[in-house]
Design a protein around this ligand. Sequence first.
Ligand SMILES: NC(=O)c1ccc[n+]([C@@H]2O[C@H](COP(=O)([O-])OP(=O)(O)OC[C@H]3O[C@@H](n4cnc5c(N)ncnc54)[C@H](O)[C@@H]3O)[C@@H](O)[C@H]2O)c1
Ligand SMILES: O=C(O)CC[C@@H](O)C(=O)O
Length: 313
Amino acid sequence: MEPWRVLVTDGLQDTGISILSKEAQVDDHKGISAEELLKEIGNYDALIVRGRTKVTSEVIEAGKKLKVIGRAGVGVDNIDTAYAKEKGVIVVNAPTATTTAVAELAMGMVFALAREIPRADASMKRGEWAKKEFEGVELYGKTLGIIGFGRIGSTVGQMAAAVGMRIMACCLFRIPETIRIIGGELLMMDDIIEKSDFITIHTPLSDETRGMINAEAFARMKDGVYLICTARGGIIDEKALLDALNSGKVAGAALDVFETEPPVFKELINHPKVIATPHMAGQTNEAQRRASMDIAKEVTAALKGDKLHWKIV
Ligand SMILES: NC(=O)c1ccc[n+]([C@@H]2O[C@H](COP(=O)([O-])OP(=O)(O)OC[C@H]3O[C@@H](n4cnc5c(N)ncnc54)[C@H](O)[C@@H]3O)[C@@H](O)[C@H]2O)c1
Ligand SMILES: O=C(O)CC[C@@H](O)C(=O)O
């Protein structure tokens, strides 16, 4: 029998490639264009992507031998999962690998906003000593509203509780035990919006969450609120955020994800009260190693017809 062929299009750490290579022929074609992918995909049994590759219905249609699509990470909003299901193509992800990394970046953003660390550093590098300009706020005793209390949101909750923040969270489905353990409150999203000093977003992008943080939501927030988003671009209405920053309603925003990536809305990125990072929250060496191993094992299991842990469709 011919060996299975696996195409990797957004890079994968060597540990994952080694696991796959024991069972299949692996082609690492990092950065492949959309046109090239359409031409090549017909030769492959499995496709492994991160967030860059758009796995459209056309790609799935062209993948005549395709049995499984693996997402080395969490969000599958770049994969047409409905079409994959229709075509009997399995979609799996590696949802636990990057939880700590994303939560740590979100917490880092909370600290960075409260003390304006990036702006202070930039002023030092310009040769200034602008000590009087920097009076921050303390986190101790402040309320952190967590929208989406799943794996990442609840990990952020534990970290923030450890520095003395009061935790309020809202969640759609299961209510993790964590909220009780950290002495937090489970509330409706409206309450979180109105009562929080800091708001951090950890939901997936869905029909329901797209544009969820809009002008109306900003109007209901406390004056001087801080906003953090490491979840997905599109959940926050970026134009409404810029207006809220300019009016002073929002004292600072830290964003890892954008409606368009790389971002085209430069006025937002360049705003002095915005801290921006290039969709790197899940990108620690440890997290990417775990993601590469998890997705390699899961894709191999799908090819062999073994039991799956993280089947999306
Ligand atoms: N920036 C990055 O590099 C990066 C890395 C990993 C994940 N992410 C994003 O983070 C998201 C969350 O990841 P996770 O592992 O915590 O997922 P998760 O499924 O464990 O948690 C998401 C939570 O959001 C809740 N939710 C969904 N819709 C909601 C709504 N309308 N209102 C309130 N709560 C809602 C769900 O109930 C769930 O508990 C992912 O979907 C992904 O988009 C980003
Ligand atoms: O893999 C990436 O590039 C981003 C990962 C992240 O957004 C995820 O959902 O796992």
